[in-house]
Design a protein around this ligand. Structure first.
Ligand code: UT7
Length: 335
C-alpha cells in the first residue's frame, strides 16, 4: 500500500496581536512583594508586563487580537469557519472562550469553536488542529488565537510566580494553499504528562478538588511552579524539538532567518539559541516588555516581529514553545 503523504498545504492569511495598555513594572512589584528590579532583570530579562483591567476577560483580549488579524487579512468575521483558542485563563469553565469569541466577532458561519488547554504551547497545538481541518477542508478559514489574562491566576503574594507573567493575545488566520502567502512548512509536537506536576494552576477548584459553596479561594487556586526544574526541561525540550524539525525538513540552523522561541525567560531563550547554533541577532525577543504571556507568547511575538518588519518575504522562521503539561512544539514557516 502507498504510504499516505502528509499534506503541508496551510498558509497564513493574516496575523494580529493585542496587549492591554496598563503596565506593571518591576519597580512597582517591589512595593507589592519581596523582590527587586535587579533580581527580576538578571534572572529573567523581564522589565515590565501588561495587565488587563478588572473585568477584562480572555475573550476581550482575544477579540482585539482577532480583529487585528482580520484587518491584516482583509477579511470579515463572517468568513471565519473555525475558531481555536489556546488558553489556561478562559472566561469560564463553560462555555468555551472560543464560543464567546465567535459571538463577539459575529462569525455566524463558524462551524466549530473550541478551547485547547496546552499551557504555553496552546497556540502551536492549535496550529496543528488547524492543519488537520485544512487538510480535509482546504477552503476553511481557521482563526487560531492564544489569549491569556495570566494575572487572574497569579498570587501576588508569591514572588516565585507573580513577577514572571503578563496578559496579552495574538491571532492568526489560516487556510489552504495559495501562492504568495506565508506557508506553514511543518509542525512537530511532544507531550510529557509525567512532568506536569512541576507547573500547575488550580490545585483546587477543578474536579480533583472541587470548591464547595462559600469556600474561600486559597493560594492553591493560583499558579505553582518549580522554576529551576521547569527551566531545565524548557531548555532541553525546546532545543530537541527545534533540532528535530530542522533535521526532518533537511534544514540546518544556517537556513533559519529568525528564531522565535517561547518568551518565558531571556536566559532560557539565550541557552536554546546557543545550543541550536543561532546568534542572538537572529532571535526575536519581547519578554522584557510583556513577561511570559503563556499561550499568547509565541503568536504575540510572531505578529509583533512581522509588524515591525523583522520578517521579510522569503524568510524562514522557526518557532519553539514549551508549557504546562509539559507540552512542546516547533513550527517552520516560509514567509
Ligand atoms: O511558561 C512555562 C515555562 N516557564 C518557564 O520556563 C519558567 C522557568 N523558570 C525560570 O524562569 C526560573 O527558574 C525562575 C525565574 C523562575 C527562577 O530563576 P532561578 O535562577 O532558577 O532561581 P531559583 O529558583 O533557583 O531561586 C533562587 C532564589 C531562591 O532563594 P534561595 O532559596 O536561594 O534563598 C528564591 O527564593 O531566588 C529566590 N527568588 C526570588 N528572589 C527575589 C525567587 N523568586 C524571587 C523574586 N525575587 N521574585
Amino acid at each position: 500500500m502507498e504510504p499516505i503523504k502528509k499534506k503541508n498545504n496551510m498558509i497564513i492569511l493574516g496575523l494580529g496581536h493585542f496587549v492591554p495598555e496598563d503596565v506593571l513594572t518591576n519597580k512597582q512589584l517591589e512595593q507589592m512583594v519581596d523582590t527587586t528590579d535587579e533580581w527580576i532583570t538578571t534572572r529573567t530579562g523581564i522589565k515590565a508586563r501588561r495587565i488587563a483591567k478588572k473585568g477584562v476577560a480572555c475573550s476581550d483580549l482575544a477579540y482585539n487580537a482577532s480583529q487585528n488579524a482580520l484587518d491584516n487579512a482583509k477579511l470579515d468575521p463572517i468568513d471565519i469557519t473555525h475558531i481555536i483558542v489556546g488558553t489556561f485563563t478562559s472566561d469560564y469553565c463553560a462555555p468555551a472562550t472560543a464560543c464567546i469569541l465567535q459571538a463577539k466577532l459575529g462569525s455566524k458561519k463558524c462551524e466549530m469553536a473550541i478551547d485547547i488547554a496546552a499551557g504555553c504551547s496552546g497556540f502551536t497545538y492549535g496550529l496543528e488542529l488547524a492543519r488537520g481541518i485544512i487538510a480535509n477542508k482546504p477552503e476553511a478559514k481557521v482563526l487560531v488565537v492564544g489569549s491569556e489574562v495570566c494575572t487572574s491566576r497569579l498570587n501576588f503574594k508569591d514572588r516565585n510566580t507573580c513577577v514572571l507573567f503578563g496578559d496579552g493575545a495574538g491571532a492568526a488566520i489560516l487556510t489552504g494553499h495559495r501562492e504568495g502567502y506565508p506557508h506553514v512548512i511543518d509542525i512537530e509536537l511532544k507531550t510529557i504528562g509525567e512532568l506536569g506536576h512541576l507547573l500547575m494552576v488550580g490545585l483546587e477548584g477543578g474536579s480533583a478538588e472541587p470548591f464547595v459553596v462559600g469556600q474561600r479561594v486559597s493560594e492553591k487556586y493560583f499558579a505553582h511552579m518549580k522554576g529551576r526544574e521547569v527551566f531545565k526541561h524548557a531548555v532541553r525540550n525546546m532545543t530537541e524539538i527545534s533540532e528535530r524539525i530542522l533535521k526532518k525538513n533537511n534544514l540546518t540552523s544556517q537556513d533559519v532567518d529568525l528564531f522565535i522561541p517561547h518568551q518565558a525567560n531571556y536566559r532560557i531563550i539565550e541557552a536554546v539559541a546557543k545550543k541550536i547554533n543561532l546568534p542572538m541577532e537572529k532571535v526575536f525577543v519581547n519578554v522584557h516588555k510583556y513577561g511570559n504571556t503563556s499561550a499568547a507568547s509565541i503568536i504575540l511575538a510572531l505578529s509583533e516581529a512581522y509588524s515591525y518588519g523583522k520578517i521579510q518575504k522569503g524568510d524562514l522562521v522557526l518557532l519553539a514553545t514549551f508549557g504546562a503539561g509539559f507540552t512542546v512544539a516547533s513550527v517552520i514557516i516560509k514567509f
